[in-house]
Design a protein around this ligand. Structure first.
Ligand SMILES: Cc1cc2nc3c(=O)[nH]c(=O)nc-3n(C[C@H](O)[C@H](O)[C@H](O)COP(=O)(O)O)c2cc1C
Length: 388
């Protein structure tokens, strides 16, 4: 077992182990990837205030997200095709999250189905909904998530149409991979992945195949998803979905104070400041840079969470000290999962918690709940360099 000391270690192993097309799918942003890069690099601009001679005993990273106890303010973000990064990927990541005590969010576009994950875990997980034109299908998805005892519905708002990632088109991304000469040559070097995948419970989109009339195989599914995402999604529809769910709702993909105010109006329990990990609108500002204006607009009325670019416990600390009540990791847990399955996700969470705890201590704090702007040094123009 290699010694893992940071998330980069897991990423290196992940890259060696997983077929190129799925590595590229994870490790890309849309178009020039500016937003994807800045999501991470903007964290580097925020610095920390070192404090000394503070009693650092009895530290705790525990807090709550939407009223749920969490071991640290970090949830696993919804990531499509997770079951292609590692056999039974969603089931394994969910179990790692459950054991660690952080929320797991299952994507609509997962490989394992809602029922697979519910059958493999005890703790309730969160379900992420993409709204589709087929309203019957959406209603049934919501009902399935309720039946599986999911404790929050995360509605993603920033993917009414799909941003373009060049590599996915060039690689002919599909689940399972189509066996072209190029893919076969690459798969031949990924035998560990391939052997495990042979015994995977599923290799197709588990929430969809078999649940939509007329879709029984992948070729039909491709056509169905391409035309199914709902470009007409608006705040009225979001309000209706909230009513239908009748439980905690988190709105994901808010990157503007005006939209945050609309989210408040429809009664969201939390919002996630997010640009989909830089996979949708390239050229948008990073999530961490947009966070302060959103907090100013709605921070005292709704729980504000954030994702995008978080690769360490220091990033988590910076986001929380800026005012986010919770954070989500996407790629950071996929690196762990692809590298070593469930244990890799646990490694990701361990690394992040250790970094968070040590940083907290060296900043002179003993509880994540006490973190605030007083722990940070932020460039004067961090929030205001861009004007409308
Ligand atoms: C490979 C990949 C697939 C994703 N699939 C989904 C998805 O199905 N639903 C969704 O709401 N967000 C999806 N996202 C966005 C994540 O939920 C999250 O917003 C993003 O990964 C956060 O950025 P980070 O990866 O830098 O942590 C995906 C992200 C990645 C990297």
């Amino acid at each position: 077992m290699p010694v893992i000391t940071n998330i980069e270690d897991l990423k290196r192993i992940y890259k060696r182990r997983v077929p190129q097309m799925f590595y590229d799918y994870c490790e890309s942003g849309s178009w020039t990837e500016q937003t994807f890069r800045e999501n991470s690099s903007d964290y580097d601009q925020i610095r920390l205030r070192q404090r000394v001679a503070v009693d650092m005993t009895g530290r705790s990273t525990k807090t709550q997200m939407i009223g749920h106890d969490v071991a640290m303010p970090v949830a696993l973000a919804p990531v499509g095709l997770t079951g292609m990064q590692h056999a039974d990927g969603e089931m394994k990541a969910a179990r790692a999250a459950e054991k660690f005590g952080v929320p797991f969010t299952l994507s609509t576009m997962s490989i394992n189905s809602i029922e697979d994950v519910a059958g493999f875990t005890d703790a309730p997980f969160w379900f992420q909904l993409y709204t589709m034109k087929d309203e019957d299908f959406v209603s049934r998805l919501i009902q399935r998530a309720k039946d599986a005892n999911c404790s929050a519905l995360v509605i993603t708002l920033d993917l009414q149409i799909l941003g373009q990632r060049h590599k996915d088109i060039k690689n002919g991304l599909s689940a399972p991979p189509k066996l072209t000469p190029k893919t076969l040559a690459n798969l031949a070097t990924k035998w560990g992945w391939g052997i495990e995948m042979l015994s995977a419970k599923r290799r197709e989109f588990g929430n969809i195949v078999g649940h939509v009339k007329g879709v029984s195989d992948m070729s039909q599914l491709g056509a169905w998803t391409a035309e199914q995402f709902d470009p007409s999604l608006d705040w009225n529809k979001i309000a209706k979905l909230k009513e239908q769910w009748d439980g905690k709702v988190i709105l994901k993909g808010i990157l503007d104070a005006e939209d945050a105010k609309m989210a408040l109006k429809v009664g969201a329990d939390a919002i996630i400041v997010s640009n989909h990990g830089g996979r949708q609108l390239d050229g948008a500002l990073s999530s961490i840079r947009m966070l302060p204006s959103i907090l100013d607009a709605v921070g005292d009325q709704v729980e504000v969470h954030i994702d995008g670019g978080i690769r360490s416990g220091q990033d988590v600390l910076k986001a929380v000290a800026m005012g986010a009540k919770g954070t989500y990791i996407g790629r950071a847990f996929i690196y762990g999962l692809g590298a070593m399955g469930q244990q890799g996700v646990t490694e990701t969470l361990n690394v992040i918690q250790k970094e968070l705890d040590t940083t907290m201590a060296l900043c002179g704090e003993t509880s994540v709940e006490d973190l605030g702007r007083h722990n940070l040094l932020v460039p004067e123009d961090f929030e205001g360099r861009w004007r409308q």
